[in-house]
Design a protein around this ligand. Structure first.
Ligand SMILES: *Cc1c(COP(=O)(O)O)cnc(C)c1O
Length: 449
């Protein structure tokens, strides 16, 4: 499969290059030239298949041209060492729980898959790419305000030939999140930046653009712009469809995705392009309503992000919007109006303030006993507000409520239990490198590695 850039100014790439580089030379996002449909028989029997086998079928359909079948199967099976169950919340609303991975965040699947695919492409024996293989280690730089850092660090932990640097703002990350990437050791280095999240992101961006540094070491990024990180999230939606079909409830399925950078919903839309029979989608936002506004007006107007209770969705310029636009413009064949129409006929939006999020969490808990986290709450409420008669809704519960324990307990008056997996991180010893927000300091540090 060949990959083009959404900005249209970069050379066509193969999968290996798209995964190793992450972003195209023209700062655009890589898109596959074609998205193959899965055969009808696959959907006829899907409810009899288990998660890993469903995922392997989806992965081969997408990556099969470029990755050897046995290796791909190992990558998929190794990535999905946990389940993503669909749980009934009300008669017509189900939660797709994506938080049963190692860091209790849905980003675990994408991070684990990407780590393994990167390893496959950089190990000397594999990879069919025209670019030469190399034994030089790859260095993954990731800036985090919490969740991404822990998922990426744990996804790449112990993966040979890859070193991860997690940059996080000193004192701005919750203790539970911090311990998930500062206690790991091995190939994971936590860098505590004396600044805010934007400073961390600026350091990472400057590093990618610094010619001398890129000569010195191989650098790549692991955020959801990377094909290998966002696409595997499509596995969830095929699996959710299968589980709902087994219940006889898949005929008019509405998928609702709490969205920030729009990587997760983008993977669901790619699934839809592969033939997944979802009737329509809802993108649920917190107060950061840029996509919601786009749906209403056809105008995309990025803004500075607003801090909310659902902080992993505090994004003012969602990076995967370019991918969604490119998908429904058919790479520029449709004009802006036709593209907007194609998008609004399949996707609707919703936006919720912190007050509404609190109210939703309380109401859902009182009426059903289900504990929502602030991100999942946006998804649940969007279904409550948006489902039509006859439709069944599935929303993604993107984080375990214990990750936001202080907030959730405060809102619900509960004392929710911290899962053992999370507690284990909290017992480890914190190790991090102190760093100023000056790029010169960060560069000097990396040049010594
Ligand atoms: C990352 C994240 C989101 C947003 O996902 P996108 O793919 O960026 O849209 C939602 N909820 C949680 C808990 C997250 O960590």
């Amino acid at each position: 499969m060949k990959y083009y850039s959404t900005n249209g100014q970069a050379p066509i790439a193969d999968l290996k290059k798209a995964v190793v580089k992450g972003l195209a030379e023209d700062r655009g996002l890589y898109m596959p030239e074609e998205i193959y449909k899965l055969p009808r028989q696959f959907f006829d029997n899907i409810e009899t298949m288990k998660f890993q086998d469903i995922a392997y079928n989806v992965a081969s359909n997408f990556f099969g041209d470029d990755v050897d079948g046995d290796a791909l199967q190992d990558i998929v099976y190794d990535t999905l060492s946990f389940d993503c169950p669909v749980v009934k919340v009300t008669d017509n609303i189900y939660a797709l729980e994506l938080f049963h991975g190692p860091t209790l965040a849905f980003k675990d699947v994408g991070a684990r898959f990407m780590a393994r695919l990167l390893r496959y492409f950089t190990s000397t024996t594999s990879g069919t790419s025209i670019t030469s293989t190399t034994s030089k280690p790859i260095n993954v730089l990731v800036a985090t305000s919490g969740d991404t850092g822990s998922a990426v660090a744990n996804g790449f932990l112990g993966v040979e030939g890859i070193h991860v640097y997690v940059l996080y703002p000193k004192g701005k990350v919750s203790p539970i999140q911090e311990c998930q990437f500062t206690t790991l050791g091995k190939n994971i280095t936590a860098i505590e930046v004396d600044g805010v999240f934007d400073d961390c992101q600026a350091l990472v961006k400057s590093a990618f653009m610094d010619a001398e540094l890129n000569q010195h070491m191989k650098l790549t990024s692991a955020n959801s712009i990377n094909v290998a990180r966002f696409l595997p999230q499509a596995f969830y939606y095929f699996n959710a469809y299968a589980r709902m079909k087994a219940l006889g409830k898949a005929d008019e399925l509405v998928m609702c995705v709490p969205s920030g950078n729009f990587g997760n919903i983008c993977s669901a839309l790619f699934g839809h392009e592969m033939g997944l029979p979802i009737k329509r989608f809802i993108a649920a936002n917190n107060a950061n309503d840029i996509f919601y506004k786009y749906l209403q007006t056809g105008k995309y107007e990025p803004k500075a992000s607003i801090q909310t209770l659902a902080n992993a969705m505090d994004v003012g310029d969602p990076s995967n919007f370019a991918r969604i636009l490119n998908l429904y413009s058919k790479n520029g064949q449709r004009n802006a109006e036709e593209t907007h129409q194609a998008i609004t006929s399949l996707i609707s939006g919703a936006t919720y303030s912190d007050d509404q999020i609190r109210k939703t969490m309380q109401q859902c808990y009182e009426e059903t006993g289900y504990v929502l986290d602030p991100h999942g709450a946006c998804g649940y409420q969007a279904l409550k507000d948006g489902l039509k008669p006859g439709e069944i809704g599935v929303f993604c519960e993107t984080a375990h409520p214990a990750k936001f324990k202080e907030k959730v307990d405060d809102i619900l008056g509960t004392d929710i239990e911290i899962p053992a997996r999370l507690k284990a991180f909290m017992e480890g010893e914190k190790q991090s490198v102190a760093m100023s927000k000056d790029f010169a300091d960060f560069k000097a540090y990396l040049m010594r590695q």
